[in-house]
Ligand binder design. Sequence first.
Ligand code: GLU
Length: 204
Amino acid sequence: TMAELSEAGSITIGTKFDQPGFGLENLEGEVEGFDVEVAKIIAGALGIAPEDITFEQTPSAVREEVLEGGEVDMVVATYTINDKRKEVIDFAGPYYVAGQDIMVAADDDSIAGVDDLAGKRVCSVQGSTSVENIRTMAPEAELTEYDVYSKCADDLRNGRVDAVSTDNVILVGLISESEGAFKLVGNPFTEEPYGIGVKKGDDE
Ligand code: GLU
């Protein structure tokens, strides 16, 4: 796989386009962030220059299927390594360990942790470990699900939900762009080891 990619001189990498700090499309149409830099380092080691990388927007729910279908060569997208995903794809890593946390409006002091989400309107993303964890750890929460986290942030800003829950590092990025509207609860309740997703069997 590595030799083929190196020979081709180009690579297609799936990442997020709406997660400030990890993968965010800027006004020039380029993506930037920690995952994008990790992707560039890996491509660089294969002899592929940054300008020869095609970044594909890869929302949480489609990560396995774009790898299985060969639409991307790898996925670097705040992607938690777990056994369920390992049934259909392989992971390299972890290269970072995040923890699931909660983001609320800056003036909301009613939520101090996952146990306070009962009866609250909580937003998360389809196909993420975050939404599964809310289902099991806060079964009484009223769940809204979107394809991307930026839509959850929009709902929190408009008061359509009370909280957004996913990895702390994703929330911190959204908070940094919220002009003081949001804050982090700061009480992580899971461990999310991030890996690089590759097609199953691409062990090399
Ligand atoms: N790390 C978690 C996951 O892979 C949540 C973040 C995300 O959806 O990208 O599902």
